[in-house]
Design a binder for this molecule. Structure first.
Ligand SMILES: C[S@@+](CC[C@H](N)C(=O)[O-])C[C@H]1O[C@@H](n2cnc3c(N)ncnc32)[C@H](O)[C@@H]1O
Length: 256
């Protein structure tokens, strides 16, 4: 099973419309580090566009043409000065060359976790290293594994999407997950259920595999790729990582 990121492009923004709580943290570090900054896995520009609106010169890289097309569509509605601050690249984070250096490179919203093998993870960190200025920061936000979360349980993934895909339609997204503990991989299946306005029902399923990491392990991965962790947060409010924290947000610099 190969991850298919184009599959989310149509409903990604509607689905994540209310998720904005991470943006202030990315903005804070973008301002602190200074422009230009690079977002790896920028998707539809959920974070990238608000940062550009705040005056940040930002490049976004993503492998999915369809996700980037959505970002471009949204950019059209922005003022010229905002558009000028944004550069989009269709490329693979496992190996990229933008011929430019950045003061901040960040990988938000668990996106690094789609890199399942050590080779893929090293490839991405190696490319990031080459694109980071000497004093620059690398930030990666991944989830803090909670292996007590029941497997196979169907969970709602947020509010009903009204008028999606068409006017009068109602779409609800659910997911379930299973662990491959030997490989440290979570297998997630999303069920995108649509009740059409004419009473017909459609289900689309999307599979996603994500590698989960433990805190010391990730610290070590960063270290072995030339970085050292400076700060580690457990949530977007910068609270320290604790047992119950939902995320692990690493702030790293180049190792001297
Ligand atoms: C969860 S979305 C995050 C989008 C955006 N950063 C946000 O927070 O809304 C993950 C994104 O990672 C992208 N992606 C997955 N694998 C990638 C790869 N190897 N190289 C570049 N982008 C990748 C997908 O296309 C998708 O747009």
């Amino acid at each position: 099973m190969k991850n298919d990121f184009d599959a989310y492009s149509d409903f990604y923004d509607k689905w994540n419309e209310t998720f904005t709580s991470d943006i202030p943290l990315w903005l804070e570090y973008a301002k602190k580090c200074g422009s230009p900054v690079l977002e790896l896995c920028c998707g539809t520009g959920r974070i990238l566009i608000p940062l550009a609106k705040e005056g940040i010169e930002i490049s976004g890289l993503d492998v999915s043409k369809k996700m980037l097309d959505k970002a471009k569509e949204k950019m059209k509605k922005e003022a010229t000065d905002v558009r000028k601050r944004v550069t989009l690249h269709q490329a693979d984070m496992r190996n990229f060359n933008l011929k430019k250096k950045f003061h901040l490179i960040f990988i938000p919203y668990n996106s690094f976790q789609v890199l399942l093998s050590i080779e893929e993870q090293n490839g991405c960190l190696n490319s990031a290293y080459k694109h980071l200025t000497a004093q620059g920061k690398l930030m990666i936000s991944i989830f803090h594994p909670d292996l007590s979360r029941a497997e196979g349980v169907l969970r709602s993934e947020g509010d009903i999407l009204k008028d999606y895909p068409q006017s009068g339609d109602m779409t609800q997204i659910y997911s379930n997950q299973f662990y491959d503990k030997a490989k440290q991989i979570i297998k997630v299946r999303f069920f995108v259920d649509t009740n059409k306005s004419d009473g017909k029902f459609f289900r689309k399923t999307i599979d996603l595999k994500m590698r989960y990491f433990f805190p010391a392990e990730f610290d070590r991965i960063l270290y072995s790729n030339g970085f050292e962790t400076e700060e580690l947060f457990g949530d977007y409010d910068k609270s320290p990582l604790k047992n119950t924290s939902p995320f692990m947000i690493f702030v790293a610099k180049k190792r001297s």
